[in-house]
Write a protein that binds this ligand. Structure first.
Ligand code: NAP
Length: 288
């Protein structure tokens, strides 16, 4: 065989292997029909979109957030879209006793649990950190401790059903950045805790899978409002982010990244640290 032909064949084979390895995995949508799902932070944003996707797939869902009137509307739409069951429970994740009530309610109403999708976040200012330690304590309770509490409470039911904990995290749980220090601290905590729990569950041969979903900028109202004037960046659609999270849970993927730039950002994060930091700082509009 001539040398150029060999090179061409080698190139074609490499491209085929890369395409195969990087193919977008698919899952059986049918597998979510009747699935017993709890979604937190589902009154708006990505959580609301997840509720609608699960509903279209015929799942049985319990949604939660603080605003009862909004949850009521989301439940109505879920039933219209085809959810086998759709219920809500209004709670404040800043109150530990409320957190337990959510899992108890979902387990009882759905007669078990297949997925808990931990997605809610408490409001936090987008600005240079003002030294407010109390806010960090409060946000840790809402964005981190409540996730841990719910996962622990749901584990026995998920063990029985070979179920999954799906944790919605962020690129900012992997990479430091200015203007959102309390939020970023909670997301690093989530990635550290649930990433380590993945190891322990695997070592104990548990039936439960944990999927950690790291998102980039998504076009929810709250995110768009926060970054206005600070950074010019194209956001990705919330309904697609929601679908990717559902897919990661259904496929029992240990980690997922959406959009793909998040994966490459994390992959190359530590290669050239001072270059990385320069890019991060210069991408924000800030005058001291
Ligand atoms: N949007 C992005 O650019 C982006 C990027 C990376 C990661 N993420 C992650 O994606 C997830 C969803 O983000 P999002 O932009 O969709 O958020 P969002 O639109 O601000 O929605 C937050 C949800 O949490 C609920 N919530 C707020 N405080 C609560 C409390 N104390 N107790 C119970 N529920 C509470 C809100 O409902 P109520 O107000 O009714 O309580 C709402 O349903 C988060 O985990 C976030 O970190 C988002």
């Amino acid at each position: 065989m001539k040398f150029p032909v060999k090179i061409f064949l080698f190139g074609a084979l490499s491209a085929a292997v890369i395409t195969f390895l990087w193919r977008d995995p698919t899952f059986s949508e049918e597998s979510l029909k009747g699935a017993k799902v709890l979604v937190t932070g589902a009154s708006t944003g990505i959580g609301e979109q997840m509720a609608y996707h699960y509903a279209r797939l015929g799942a049985q869902i319990v949604i939660t957030a603080r605003r009862e009137n909004v949850l009521k509307e989301v439940v109505k739409k879920c039933l219209d879209l085809g959810a086998q069951k759709a219920l809500y429970i209004p709670v404040d994740m800043a109150i530990p006793a409320d957190v337990d009530r959510v899992v108890e309610f979902a387990e009882k109403q759905l007669d078990g649990l297949d997925y808990i999708v931990l997605n809610h976040i408490g409001p936090s200012p987008y600005q240079m950190w003002d030294g407010d330690v109390d806010h960090i304590r409060w946000l840790m309770q809402v964005n981190f401790h409540s996730y841990v509490q719910m996962a622990v409470k749901a584990l026995p039911a998920l063990e029985k059903s070979k179920g999954s904990v799906v944790v919605v995290s962020s690129m900012l749980g992997k990479m430091c950045s200015p203007f959102a220090l309390p939020y970023i601290a909670t997301k690093f905590a989530l990635n550290g805790f649930f990433g380590s729990l993945q190891h322990e569950l695997a070592m104990k041969q548990s039936n439960v899978s944990i999927s950690i979903c790291n998102l980039g900028l998504i076009d929810t109202d709250s995110a768009m409002e926060k970054i206005k004037g600070y950074i010019d960046m194209t956001p990705y659609p919330a309904h697609e982010a929601a679908w990717q999270i559902i897919k990661a849970g259904a496929l029992r993927q240990s980690e997922a990244f959406y959009p793909s730039y998040v994966y490459y950002g994390v992959l190359f994060r530590d290669w050239f640290p001072s270059f990385r930091d320069q890019i991060i700082r210069s991408s924000y509009n800030y005058q001291p």
